[in-house]
Design a protein around this ligand. Structure first.
Ligand code: ZN
Length: 254
């Protein structure tokens, strides 16, 4: 359950080998969402009666390795939580980008501007699959940002009962919160950018927005600063997920 060192952090096969072990240990179903250019893009699910599904996703941008490894380490350390709940998990939606250390996918495209497209070979199957399932109660889309001055979160959902700030405080045990008042051109308050509607100025729709369109009432896009140490960034993702899942799951008996 060790975090990866630098070259291994960009090896999607090493990442997915560890996910296979998690799937076996936690009873997650492993399905192939898409096969592109000799790479498998898996989707892991578990459905437990009475537990609302929680959506977790990473690896949309390949030059943001702490997101993908943070999700894995959270899973490896929380097998009882996985066994007790319902989850939809996309561990690595852009394996070519992870291997090449690029934001773009194998076509040179930004996958996170294509989730509205039924014809996309990754986003299309993702859309069709998610549309046929019970909508998740909450979703986390994990990312990193080269311009960030600390961690921050986009929260898309109802104005009341914010949870992004709570999850961000958990991550702040590892990395400072980005205190800028404007992040990525959007108004921010103590690292939280809040949205209750879809922004109109997007060049294409990201995963978190389409997840919300498809019925998930709250999506959190968590970002760590790419220039901090990799192991610390990974721990910040783990802490963020730990807090988010705890808020949506009854306590697990030990
Ligand atoms: Zn990203």
């Amino acid at each position: 359950m060790q975090p990866p060192t630098f070259p291994q952090a960009h090896d999607p096969r090493a990442l997915l080998r560890r996910w296979r072990a998690v799937a076996r240990a936690a009873g997650l179903s492993w399905r192939v969402l898409a096969e592109v250019e000799a790479a498998t893009i898996p989707l892991l699910t578990r459905q437990q009666a009475g537990a609302a599904p929680i959506y977790l996703s990473a690896g949309v941008h390949g030059d943001e390795p702490a997101a993908a490894w943070g999700l894995l380490l959270w899973a490896e350390r929380n097998l009882p939580s996985l066994r007790a709940g319902s989850f939809y998990i996309c561990p690595c939606l852009n394996p070519h980008g992870l291997r090449a250390n690029t934001r773009a996918d194998w076509r040179g495209l930004d996958l996170n501007r294509r989730f509205h497209l039924d014809e996309d070979p990754v986003c299309g199957p993702w859309r069709r699959w998610l549309s046929s399932q019970q909508a998740p109660v909450v979703g986390a889309c994990l990312h990193e940002d080269y311009d960030a001055a600390g961690c921050y979160v986009y929260e898309l959902g109802p104005q009341r009962a914010e949870i992004g700030a709570t999850c961000l405080r958990a991550a702040a045990a590892h990395l400072p919160v980005d205190q800028r008042r404007s992040i990525d051109g959007r108004k921010a308050h103590q690292g939280v950018i809040r949205r209750s509607r879809i922004p109109q100025d997007l060049p294409g729709l990201p995963e978190a927005v389409v997840l919300w369109q498809l019925g998930c009432p709250r999506t959190l896009t968590f970002e760590t600063p790419s220039e901090a140490a990799l192991a610390v960034r990974i721990e910040a993702h783990v802490a963020f997920l730990q807090a988010m899942v705890a808020l949506h799951q009854p306590p697990i008996p030990s």
